[in-house]
Design a binder for this molecule. Structure first.
Ligand code: 48F
Length: 261
């Protein structure tokens, strides 16, 4: 068979557009394909909840592939190991209660599981705003190609509708910041705004993460490092159990809220 270049181009364009159009009405839109966002998407999709992730970067994984200071290993504790076991990511006990995993295996496996469960991941797309309706409830996202802002081009965005949004943007907690800046300090935190993360303290940071994974504004759940940043708790560095557990918790919360709709 002689390959036709144009058929290749048509195949890519048509299948991408079909999926992108389908992603314009979803139940849950996750911002950020780091460990928390991809874990949330996996559990949601596994539960037959229509889920999409938008990721700014070319590659997925957020801070996970880089491990600790570019040593591509991650550490998880007992509870995190259980999730890595569920994903079938190999772990090795380093000392009692501390498990090591290959950060690339963890990233690629969780990504693959999320996609195979039915979640769609769109990379190279940045979320630049949220969409609101009556009473300022968040009802979707405003998207643009990451390349437009990199190039400094003035191009208007497009929108998607979603019943719930998960802010899994890591340290930056970008969606929560957008809500505070554009709607006012009405997050469900003490001061109504993003408190800002505290310096490194793995034990406290990890222990606070699942509790901080909450619906912080109608239609908006915060997960992963963003949750500690929003509630003013410490960062925790290259221990990743909390990120996975927070992603799972965000999925459970979203499913619960959707079931009451
Ligand atoms: O930073 P990231 O990995 O967040 P996470 O899942 O995990 C945090 C850890 O990696 C690490 C840590 C462990 O102790 O603290 O930092 O909470 O992944 C966040 C992803 O969100 C993307 C960003 O490129 C990254 O891949 N992202 C951030 N803002 C946007 C975005 C945005 N506005 N639109 C789309 N993607």
């Amino acid at each position: 068979m002689e390959l036709d270049d144009i058929t290749i181009s048509r195949a890519i364009t048509e299948s991408f557009m079909k999926d992108f159009m389908d992603a314009m009405e979803v139940e849950v839109a996750v911002v950020g394909a780091g460990p928390a966002g991809m874990t949330a998407a996996y559990y949601l999709a596994k539960n037959d909840i229509k889920t999409v992730i938008f990721e700014r970067q070319l590659r997925v994984g957020g801070g996970m592939p880089g491990g600790g200071m570019m040593f591509n290993r991650i550490v998880v504790q007992e509870e995190g190991k259980k999730l890595l076991d569920e994903f079938n990511v190999a772990t090795r006990e380093y000392s009692k209660g501390y498990y090591i995993a290959d950060s690339l295996e963890a990233t690629s496996t969780i990504c693959s599981k999320a996609i195979k469960a039915g979640a769609k991941i769109f990379n190279l797309i940045s979320v630049e705003d949220v969409m609101i309706r009556e009473e300022d409830r968040i009802t979707g996202l405003v998207l643009n190609w990451s390349a437009t802002s990199l190039a400094g081009l003035h191009v208007d965005p497009l929108t998607i509708r979603s019943k719930m949004v998960i802010d899994a943007t890591g340290h930056a907690s970008e969606v929560c910041h957008i809500v505070v800046e554009k709607i006012g300090a009405r997050l469900r935190t003490d001061a109504g705004n993003v408190a800002g993360e505290k310096p490194m303290w793995a034990a406290v940071g990890e222990s606070r993460l699942v509790e901080n994974t909450r619906e912080v504004y109608p239609g908006l759940i915060v997960a992963g490092m963003a949750a500690n940043a929003v509630f003013g708790d410490p960062r925790m560095g290259p221990i990743f159990g909390g990120m996975l557990l927070s992603g799972k918790r965000a999925a459970e919360l979203a499913a619960d809220i959707l079931s009451k709709d």
